[in-house]
Design a binder for this molecule. Structure first.
Ligand code: PLP
Length: 409
């Protein structure tokens, strides 16, 4: 299914007038407009009453000027959209506020389900559990056992969700939850439910707004199930239809080499994506072999003159470490985006003067194991060129002085 807006009705305001309205509301205190999603409610879910909205003031995240990291790559304008600086630590909050609000409205109108449910690679479940708890609605999450971070596992536990760890991968969890939804037992919260994409598309609007309504040249997006890629396109499309922008940025879909069904299809010139068995990757949230939103993502790539690139485990580890050295704190998925960026700059596909945005999909703090293993040089096949292990010493002044002198001689 797809959500379709009455774009003609929205044209009662000019592009300039929409920009003014959105700027007036941006990060304000008046409920619910301080939310990056509900500040654009007419474009998201116009009929939603205020008292059904379940919001944690998601969105409005920093568009980080990655000045030093960009300079190292030879780029004058690199920006990282920090979508992980959000309530549950990932961009999934942008979509979940819309989905859970709609469920609340539907329940008021008579919908009967036992719970809202999702299959997840860790971030969707964390977000659903948080919004469900805020609304007082029961939540069930299906997770691939042992394939998510500790933080991601404990988030839905803390929010009181029923957490089912299954001996399978994400794709296996997805099959089961779809069946639960078909049998009417649960309401499905995965991104094949188009309501989530309605919230997620506001990231396109925010990026443009944060450039004072200018369009960047490139947007790089780490992707797995490909819902966010189609959401991003939906956002840019609406901006263009409603007279806010005149052109699209070019889209780069970044995949982990170990979970690259779209990369394989796109580079082979195919326009349908054959499912694969995804191999383990440190970018666990995108370890997906059978992406549900592949057709929508292909559409996005075609409309936005896009391309697909991949990153190996070593490439993503080193890109994360390089970025962290310039002050970022990069999750492994964002690192896939940055590694792909580095390749495209090297190949001169992306030019030094281009204005580039890389979307950071989650907070690095959710992936402590990844960081620890890198700096302890525990990741197999990764040399850890920038590993920076702690130095342990007795509480001895002289040895401390020596250690400092040794590092900064
Ligand atoms: C969900 C997620 C993605 C992938 O988004 P898709 O819509 O599945 O392509 C990327 N990174 C993180 C951190 C995520 O949680």
């Amino acid at each position: 299914m797809q959500v379709v807006h009455d774009v003609e009705a929205l044209k009662h305001r000019s592009g300039a007038s929409w920009m003014r309205l959105f700027d007036e509301r941006y990060r304000q205190n008046t409920w619910p407009y301080g939310s990056g999603v509900w500040g654009k409610r007419e474009w998201v879910m116009p009929q939603m009453p205020d008292d059904c909205i379940v919001s944690m003031y998601e969105g409005g995240t920093n568009l980080f000027w990655a000045d030093r990291y960009g300079q190292k790559l030879g780029l004058s304008e690199l920006w990282v959209k920090l979508c992980g600086n959000s309530h549950s630590g990932s961009f999934k909050d942008l979509g979940m506020t819309v989905l859970v609000s709609v469920v609340r409205m539907a329940i008021r109108e008579g919908l009967k389900v036992k719970a809202i449910a999702c299959a997840s690679t860790g971030d969707t479940s964390a977000s659903l559990a948080a919004y469900g708890a805020a609304a007082g609605l029961p939540v069930v999450v299906l997770l691939p056992r042992g394939k998510i971070s500790t933080a991601q596992l404990v988030q839905p536990l803390a929010h009181g969700a029923l957490v089912l760890g299954l001996d399978t991968d994400f794709d296996g969890c997805m099959e089961i939850v779809q069946r639960l939804a078909e049998e009417g037992m649960v309401y499905l919260a995965n991104s094949m439910n188009p309501l989530r994409l309605e919230g997620q598309k506001t990231v396109a609007m925010e990026i443009v707004q944060q450039f004072d309504w200018q369009v960047p040249d490139w947007v790089i997006l780490p992707s797995g199930n490909l819902g966010n890629a189609s959401a991003l396109y939906a956002g840019f499309k609406m901006l263009r239809e409603l007279g806010v922008i005149a052109r699209f940025p070019r889209l780069v879909v970044a995949q982990a080499e170990n979970a690259n069904p779209l990369y394989r299809a796109w580079t082979a010139g195919k326009r349908d994506v054959a499912p694969i068995q995804a191999k383990p990757t440190l970018a666990t949230a995108i370890q997906i072999g059978n992406p549900v939103s592949a057709p929508r993502a292909i559409q996005a790539l075609e409309a936005m003159n896009g391309l697909v690139e991949q990153a190996s485990e070593e490439e993503l580890c080193e890109a994360a470490a390089r970025a962290d050295r310039t002050g970022m704190y990069t999750c492994p998925h964002t690192a896939v985006g940055l590694a792909v960026l580095e390749k495209l700059v090297q190949r001169k596909v992306i030019q030094a003067s281009d204005r580039v945005v890389c979307v950071s999909t989650a907070a690095g703090l959710k992936f402590t194991e990844f960081k620890v293993r890198y700096h302890d040089r525990q990741i197999e096949g990764v040399s850890g060129q920038q590993a920076n292990p702690a130095v342990y010493l007795p509480a001895d002044f002289g040895q401390v002085v020596d250690a400092i002198a040794k590092r900064f001689n």
